[in-house]
Design a protein around this ligand. Sequence first.
Ligand SMILES: [Zn+2]
Length: 484
Amino acid sequence: MVKDVVKTLKVRIKKEVLTTRKKERLRRITGRDTRIIEKYVRIIHHNRRKICTKTKKGKIRVHRGKLDELTLTTSKVKEEERRKNVPHDLKKMFPYCSHNEFQECRDIAVQLYEQGYRPNNTRPPIKRARRQLINAKRFVLVHLPKEKNNTLARWWVGIRDSLDTWKRNTPYHQKLWLPLEMSTFHQKELKKGRIKSLELRYKRSTHEWWVYFQLRVLPPPSFYPPKKKSSSSLPPAVLGIDLGINIPAAGVLLTPKKKLTSEEIKFWYTKQWNKINHRYKLKLSRLQRKAALNDQSGKKHQVYRFLSLLRRRYRNVKLSYIHQFISEVVQTIETYARRYDLFVVVGYPKNVRKDKGKGNSARKFRRKLHQWNFSLVLTLLRRALILRGFDPHRILTVEERGTSSHCTRCGRKVVRPVRGLVHCPSCNYTFHSDLTGAMNIARKFLGALFRPRGTTITDYLTGQRFSSSHFTVCRGLSHWLQPQ
Ligand SMILES: [Zn+2]
């Protein structure tokens, strides 16, 4: 079964329209949390003999109940059961913090400690943990309608203020309303799932606060027909995909038909990306040269700052293109899967990269080869398909070595007269090089299936093994292995 996924959605708090009181409140909430977490870590470390245990695998586990006994005079039980005094009374140290707040900080501290964080007197306290986790019961998200004519913000989140406010000697919690900068993208994402919790974070570099929503996203409706139907009614097909350099990907669908038509050939091509990529590369190299020159004169800070900014932006742009590319591939696969009992095989070009090392090929080509993060692309594609109800054994990766250098008709070595074409000297056949790769990838998978003693098929990316009984339907495709 496919589990639902937890996604994070970042939304900026409109700092410009925050009142001074709210800013102060936010600053105290996030800053105080950091101090309490640090305190907790120190207490755990100090009492590690009493409250920590080691598991069989050597991992450290902190006993939360025992930690509470050391730190809190619990307020949730009856008067007579309360502890009179505890060694480290946190309520005395942080009088404005509520019980739930302490427990949230405790959980973060325990997590940090179990992951190996240790307090250190020479090291300044944790700077990154400025956050506050709030579960769904304790905040509301409000969308004001247009008619209300609200000029500050249309989206507001109301958080139960975790700082105690005292009135007539009893603490209570006000609601802290924060204006959000919500775009249409955010609204679309919010509709996809249910909000599980929310986190307040302070970003030091820009002096801004962000709200991180944790969304529990339900998997999209499965497009794949149910198993019983598919094995009987739909014809089998194997889609081979070759990830390329100039063209991001080419695909060939091998069906029970003996011939390839334009319907079974597919290119995924993003013209814009090549242009943008080129522009970023130019800018980066120019700045790098500048940085190297300035190194000698001593004025390097400004250039390095720009350089790191530009690198980050380039990475983000690239990631967004990868996501776009993957959604296009998934769409095509969806349309194929409605008509066929489909298996997808993707070539993993890791060893190609190794072969084309220094001295083996042109410098420009080598540079281009390393631009795509293949394993990321493949992992994302695999995840996207599995989320849509694709069985894990239906999306496989095979090693790509040698797939684009053999003829699709007779299987002999080919030559490349022009870039993008391959020509077979023995059977005089010319074909597109990326399609040759895609077709041979699909055939490599079929070949592994028809090996006399092959009982399992291994996925190259994850190392997962699948019994060949999953692939019995593919036996109808054996004609693609014979010379044509
Ligand atoms: Zn040939």
